[in-house]
Design a binder for this molecule. Sequence first.
Ligand code: FAD
Ligand code: SF4
Length: 673
Amino acid sequence: MSSSKYPHLLQPLNLGFTTLKNRVIMGSMHTGLEEEKNGYDRMAAYFAERAKGQVGLIVTGGIAPNRQGWTAPFTSKITNKREANRHKKITKAVHENDGKICMQILHSGRYGYHPFAVAPSAIKSPISPFKPWALSKMGVNRTIRHFVRAAKLAQHAKYDGVEIMGSEGYLINEFVSAKTNKRTDKWGGEFENRIQFPLDIIRRTREAVGENFILIFRLSMLDLVEEGNTWEETVHFAKEIEKAGATIINTGIGWHEARVPTIATMVPRAGFSWVTEKMMKEIKIPLITTNRINSPEKAEEILAKGHAHMVSMARPFLADPEIIKKAIEGREEEINTCIGCNQACLDHVFKQKTASCLVNPRACHETILNYTPTPAPKTIAVIGAGPAGLAAATVTAKRGHKVTLFETHTEIGGQFNIAKLIPGKEEFYETLRYFANEIKIHGVELKLNTKATATELKQFDEVIIATGIKPRQIKLKGIDNENVLDYEDVLKLGKPVGKKVAIIGAGGIGFDVAEFLSHEGESPSLDTNLFLKEWGIDGTNSVRGGLLKPNPHPSPREITMLQRSDSKIGKDLGKTTGWIHRQSLKMKKVTMLNGVSYDKIDEKGIHITINEKKQLIEADTIVVCAGQVSVNLLHEELIKLGKTPHLIGGGKNAKKIDAQRAIREGSELGADI
Ligand code: FAD
Ligand code: SF4
């Protein structure tokens, strides 16, 4: 046991009527299971694994208190006992595993993606096509009653408490902010009036559920929108929340419409815990801090520094349900760390797909994807130690097969070794650390610097080809000139790049190359002060809403990104992160051109045509990021030798390949063999 390493994190929290076993709360995440067929059975298994993993307290994804509060049509709501009874599967599963769980009540307000959305005033949000209806006075009272009813029903379903969602720009936040509350009745006007809606909800909920029920209020401590609240107003509100009967206050950072990244991977670890720290001296009830806390060490550090009484981690529990158990047992090297990519969790939810996790495809699929011990161990060769091969090799070995992993390079990781070099993608190192450890503990025989040949592979029972991809070459006059490089030349081989750069291709890798070349070694994701300065976040809490003018480190290069298609640049980037990449490069004054035909390259740069207009983009260096092609010759050779190899990852299909698909394919095959 290494619990002495985490004296603050593993300390129980006595709430008077109940005690939480440690200071970690699994934060609320909508996973889409709420709406799936058999979703409640799947959620029971999903939450049970996290409870078993020793988390102190779990909060469910948001459940609407009425139909108007839906986040999208037919998302889950709790309005009667029949709906509440379905939750009993979840609470039973968590309690059987010695866990505690609260249900989050979330009314989406004007973020509701449906025509019944309501808000304090009829003001459309910039991120929803639906203009909300302004709640009538009766409507406000009815909504308060519905919040209270939802809490009572959560109690009926045997939850240990509720979290009332008061942040991220949802209904309650909309009442509190002058930006969205233009009412002239008793629920609008002065700040004191605007906070009465949440205070009434808290007071009446407390009356209805009694003293021995956890009531968390998620408070927007930093709105990050124009006309947001001042720090003094927020402190006053927090004190009133305490008086109204909340047990714990959780921290909310930034409305969904805020144009500042708050949880994506480029946010420094615990980059907002300083906000909660400032609240610590103001109130007496426990405070939870949140946002981009993904390791027990970081969580311990924050608590030791007195930034909060508890830490909330949400996505890290998708990546690894046992993160806390592993910390308790001193098995930190085994933690599968959340890399903050949003690719399989939030991006899925925004596309109405069930959430999962890029590094852990079992997340939210606990009843479907399992790595059970094999009754018939086989010898297995895996070729290529990129994400696909790593997943396949470690899952098969974990199940009891005898696995040999071949890799031509000196290290494992494949393209991830390039990705990790991009400023803002430093978390990718963690995935490689995780896989290196899995190789060790599950006894995979790793053969680095070894190019596998078809003849030596014949002896294995099964062969898995995960040989990945290589950059796609394009045909263009001048493409072989000295001033032309591909992304591997720049990122992997570190070839010199001039001051003026043109990038051919504006997909994910084109964006990453632009990020790399617009930095000079500094990385705001590793330096909170630099991050706050870059995105214009007021770290002194003296400006309303917490917003200043962004002030990024200037780019050392003049960069132009070129895209053949005339669609919006960056259209295929992640749903929840694409805007960050676009904005970040705009702040670095990167020019983005679409609808481009490439004419030729010469010593002056690249000659292009847009809308029949010819122009020269002057450039010292042209970097080609024009997609990738599969590397899978070995597959064909083995078939000729009479084998039936399995093909996964980029080697199978280079089109739109990403680590999410590579790891999922490797894991699913590994579970099956
Ligand atoms: P690869 O990663 O290409 O691995 C294949 C491996 O096989 C290599 O290590 C290669 O050396 C080895 N190999 C090939 N032939 C042989 C042989 N004959 N014998 C032995 N070994 C062999 N994806 C995301 O999801 N999110 C991101 O944010 C992201 N960012 C990226 C940023 C950059 C700059 C780059 C370049 C890629 C990024 N990707 C990202 C893409 C992701 O890294 C790839 O999709 C993923 O690595 C593909 O995995 P793979 O295992 O199929 O192939
Ligand atoms: Fe974390 Fe990415 Fe997994 Fe989401 S998909 S939980 S951000 S690693």
